[in-house]
Design a protein around this ligand. Structure first.
Ligand code: SAH
Length: 444
């Protein structure tokens, strides 16, 4: 049993999905923040639990060749990029192994392919939601806390986002407008939400406020308007005592109510309430894979559940003659966008329904040659899996941002008679712990 505060020599065997080095100390698993596969370290044990302990790097005796330079000034505090201290090649190997481990846990024999990456490991995000605290710090929550770690220029975001937050901070300070205090519920500005279209460059700035109006908003709009590409400025009203970032109501202060972007050669309109893939280049690779899997079998009728603004379904249907598309999505603004997006792209044979995917009408499913699923992290309901099966759907293409719920759902579909031979991971979120996957499930 390891002893707290004692220093041990240890080899780091691997890194877990939270970015901690994993080793064994006196027979017990130890998680070491900053430890890298192949390191030989002096590890100080700082906490001993029942089945594992936590250690910290006291000294690097021999450094692993997987180590890489950390370029970010707030890397340690912020915690958003848990793989910034290792080579990207090793990160991709690890991510593949995480997916394999989830499948193994669920006793699936689905093969995991090598992780596909668009190669862009900095500036790949097109969206940021920066919390603002009562000291008017704008940044990200430091790891495991709600302390705002100020970092105007996060290297995962477009550089311009840092400039925009600086302009907003100057405005807050100038007019003595306060950021939000989560404890007291006082203060006005809760979050700065920015999104930029990768192809179009269009930027939308949305200020999430704990109130109904933004004082001196004209002054802020005038300053922001000077920044190239800002086509939309709005406020979102969220006066609830909640961790949910966005409230229901948006008010446009300047320009359009949305931005547009292009994916796989199609144009998309995106409202601030609508989901949009955060890594444009990787999303295109992912959507191409979905197209490849959808077209492996008959696909005259495609149903896209959790369709957001219709992007996946339209990228499929737009390339197929005689394909009828039905999209289902729970957010009304996203469904409005999806309908417009079908029109903008001249795709006539598409309909979009605002509903919970689990409530998709049986006749829609019965007529589907293939169902595309792209749920949030919690995956799909048992009820939906049963409904799809009972409707006789032979082919499913499942896009997932959470390997554990994907494994659970594949298992469930396996019990209902579907095969899933392989999974392809996509590194939609380089340097962070998240990984996306696409699989095809089929039955005869
Ligand atoms: N396929 C889209 C969106 C994927 S994100 C794209 O690639 O852009 C998941 C989407 O599921 C979000 O748009 C979210 O609003 C929606 N959603 C969440 N729960 C849902 C439910 N129960 N029924 C239908 N849609 C849901």
């Amino acid at each position: 049993m390891p002893i707290k505060n004692k220093v041990y020599n240890a080899n780091i065997d691997t890194i877990n999905h939270l970015g901690y080095g994993v080793c064994r100390i006196d027979g017990m698993v130890c998680f070491v923040k900053g430890g890298v596969t192949g390191d030989f370290l002096e590890v100080k044990v700082i906490k001993v639990n029942k089945n594992y302990c936590i250690g910290k790097v006291e000294n690097i005796i021999t450094a692993s060749s997987h180590r890489s330079e950390q370029s970010c000034p707030v890397y340690k505090r912020c915690g958003g990029c848990c793989f910034r201290h290792i080579s990207y090649a090793h990160e991709l190997e690890l991510k593949k192994s995480f997916v394999e481990a989830e499948f193994k846990k669920a006793r699936l024999d689905t093969k995991v392919n090598d992780v596909i990456s668009a190669g862009n490991i900095t500036r790949y995000r097109n969206k940021a939601q920066y919390p603002v605290n009562f000291e008017n710090k704008i940044g990200f929550y430091a790891e495991k806390t709600h302390d705002v770690c100020e970092n105007a220029d996060c290297s995962l975001q477009p550089e311009i986002f840092g400039h925009i937050t600086n302009v907003i901070k100057a405005y807050l300070d100038k007019y003595n407008i306060k950021g939000y205090n989560e404890e007291t519920g006082e203060g006005l500005l809760r979050h700065v939400y920015i999104r930029q279209g990768k192809v179009t460059g269009e930027i939308q700035v949305c200020l999430v406020i704990n109130g109904n109006t933004l004082p001196r908003s004209d002054e802020l709009v005038n300053e922001l308007k000077k920044i190239k590409n800002i086509v939309s400025i709005c406020i979102n009203i969220n006066t609830k005592n909640t961790n949910v970032i966005l409230g229901e109501k948006y008010v446009t202060l300047f320009g359009k109510e949305y931005i547009e972007d292009e994916l796989c050669g199609f144009r998309f309109r995106i409202s601030p309430a609508s989901f949009y893939q955060i890594n444009h280049d990787c999303a295109e690779l992912l959507y191409n894979k979905v197209y490849e899997l959808v077209t492996k079998a008959k696909c005259d009728r495609v149903t896209d559940l959790y369709c957001g603004t219709g992007t996946i379904g339209l990228c499929v249907a737009g390339r197929l003659k005689n394909c009828k598309l039905t999209g289902v999505e729970i957010v009304p603004e996203a469904i409005e966008n999806a309908k417009t997006n079908a029109k903008i792209n001249g795709i006539e044979n598409a309909e979009f329904i605002c509903a919970d995917s689990t409530d998709t009408q049986n006749n829609v499913l019965k007529n589907s040659d293939v169902v595309i699923l792209d749920p949030p992290r919690k995956g799909i309901t048992q009820e939906l899996a049963k409904k799809i099966t009972e409707s006789g759907v032979e082919n499913i293409v499942y896009v997932s941002c959470s390997p554990d719920t994907l494994a659970r759902d594949i298992k469930q579909f396996a019990e209902l008679g579907y095969k899933c031979e392989e999974a392809t991971p996509f590194d939609m979120f380089p340097r962070t712990s998240h990984i996306e996957n696409v699989v095809r499930l089929y039955r005869k």
